[in-house]
Design a protein around this ligand. Structure first.
Ligand code: AHR
Length: 506
């Protein structure tokens, strides 16, 4: 018999990474594919409310407890005229949407999205167009959204039925402006300048907002690192966060290598923090720039299908990745990468939320269901709030094609605000063997296991579909228990684990 692998963790009461900002568990909805039309909004659907929003989808979004949703793009925003989406629906223009080569009907715009956000209990993280437009549109949209009244744009909003301002607090200054695919792509200098000037006028309209500057669209971009340093050099005093985006795939079906990709995410975060702090030192500034990881996920399954889609249709099925069990494992690890740097990563947006590379899928006129990745995201969003603890982890390791010393055990722990609950999140990256897991609790007395949730499946390629929506679902039959101040559990091969502890003895 093969001996199970071992992985250990030590949690010490006073070893803490820092408070987790709830917005770490945000998401993203773009005017792309069926995210809006056929996703959150479908007036003819049996569950549609009086505004055309699907209740079945809203229920699933509420299950995820998403604190903030980035909108309306993405690449889409760089060609978007936000004014097209306000006022009477029948007068709104149909436009060629150049980023994704579709037709945008503009039935949903900023006011409808604000209504939907209220309905599902989330905040809006609004992105402005710094591709085809500039500071004039930037100052107008914020006046329309956030100014109480008595001016042209704020009174126009009131005339559209929104007496009170939306008061969006978080704004993205464009999207992926370094990408050659981006409408109105810019050099770092050009972007640093326009971001600064847009930030100035926006803050003049509403000084209470927070602003996110575009970092590189990925760490693989040739301009990566220099881009961040240059744009921050120009915009440092005017912005609060810099953005990071990353997507991973398993195109060559090398799963051990795929599951190690979160190490790349750790490195990416580390590098961007270093750049922010380099610029801080250079400027002798007292201000710290934090990170907004506002696009992250697995994305590759739909690439071939997308190439077959004819251009210029309304809401085609674009970027509809059907996620596997192994994708859920990597998403779990990526969530832990965010928690691990909760001291600096304040915002995270799983890209995206519905139909488009999303945890929630729908059929037009039909069902809505949870993809495999829904579960680790939901667990992190519900149980991963409070303080990220600083764990000491020991684990057997492996080498993969792109990574060396990949720990089989990937784990993190979060202490709830009341300090009465601890949740341990863990992925066993070993595809062949279970792991004997032990976690020593130092300075935490009286804790017992409440639940050990496990997501696992014999077939790593297993998926959930409309016909079989519960093929991959978590169970709570994990065997974690506390013995002599240690949590002991067997972590199944290739599994995602959530071990929930609560203080039972005082
Ligand atoms: O999320 C899909 C796309 O990925 C976004 O529109 C863009 O910002 C990124 O390249």
């Amino acid at each position: 018999m093969v001996k199970p692998r071992s992985g250990t963790m030590i949690l010490e009461h006073d070893y803490r990474i820092g408070a987790i900002d709830d917005r770490l568990y945000g998401s993203f909805i773009e005017h792309l594919g069926r995210a809006i039309y056929g996703g959150i909004y479908e007036p003819g659907h049996p569950t549609a409310d009086e505004n055309g929003f699907r209740e079945d989808v809203a229920d699933l979004v509420r299950e995820l407890k998403v604190p903030v949703v980035r909108y309306p793009g993405g690449n889409f925003v760089s060609g978007y005229n936000w004014e097209d989406g306000i006022g009477p629906k029948e007068q709104r223009p149909r436009r060629l949407e150049l980023a994704w080569r579709t037709i945008e009907t503009n039935e949903v715009g900023v006011n409808e999205f604000a209504d939907w956000a209220k309905k599902v209990g989330t905040e809006v993280m609004m992105a402005i167009n710094l591709g085809s437009r500039g500071i004039d549109a930037a100052r107008n949209i914020i006046e329309y959204c956030n100014h109480p009244g008595g001016t042209y744009w704020s009174d126009l909003r009131r005339s559209h039925g929104y007496e009170k301002p939306h008061n969006f607090k978080l704004w993205c200054l464009g999207n992926e402006m370094d990408g050659p695919w981006q409408i109105g792509a810019k050099t770092a200098y050009e972007y640093g300048r326009i971001a600064t000037e847009a930030a100035k006028v926006m803050r003049q309209v509403d000084p209470s907002i927070e602003l996110v500057a575009c970092g590189s669209s990925g760490s693989g971009m040739p301009t990566f690192a220099d881009w961040e340093a240059t744009i921050l050099d120009l915009a440092y005093d005017y912005v609060d966060y810099v953005s990071l985006h990353t997507y991973y795939g398993n195109r060559d079906n090398d799963t051990p290598n795929f599951l190690a990709r979160s190490l790349d995410m750790d490195e990416f975060i580390h590098s961007v923090i270093a750049i922010c702090d380099y610029v801080k030192a250079k400027k002798r500034s007292k201000k710290t720039i934090n990170l907004s990881f506002d696009e992250w996920n697995v994305w590759f399954h739909s690439n071939d299908a997308d190439r077959q889609i004819e251009p210029w249709s309304v809401a085609p099925p674009q970027l509809e990745d059907v996620y596997t069990m192994e994708d859920a494992l990597l998403v779990g690890s990526m969530l832990m990468s965010l928690m691990r740097r909760a001291d600096r990563v304040k915002i995270g947006c799983l890209a995206q939320l519905v139909n488009v590379i999303a945890p929630i899928m729908t059929e037009n006129g039909g069902a809505a269901w949870r993809q495999t990745i829904f579960y680790p995201f939901m667990h992190a969003s519900i149980y991963g709030r409070g303080t990220a603890l600083l764990p000491i982890i020991k684990s057997d390791k492996y080498d993969s094609n792109d990574f060396t010393d990949v720990p089989y055990l990937d784990a993190m722990a979060v202490l709830s605000e009341s300090e009465e609950e601890i949740t341990i999140f863990a992925v066993n990256r070993d595809l062949e063997q279970a792991m004997d897991f032990e976690c020593e609790l130092r300075g935490f007395t009286g804790f017992a296991v409440q639940e050990h949730i496990v997501l696992e499946h014999e077939d790593l390629k297993a998926v959930n579909t409309a016909a079989n929506p519960d093929n991959v679902t978590p169970h709570n039959k994990g065997n974690a228990a506390v013995e002599d101040g240690k949590v002991k559990a067997v972590l199944g091969k290739a599994s995602w684990n959530v071990i929930r502890l609560a203080k039972v003895n005082r």
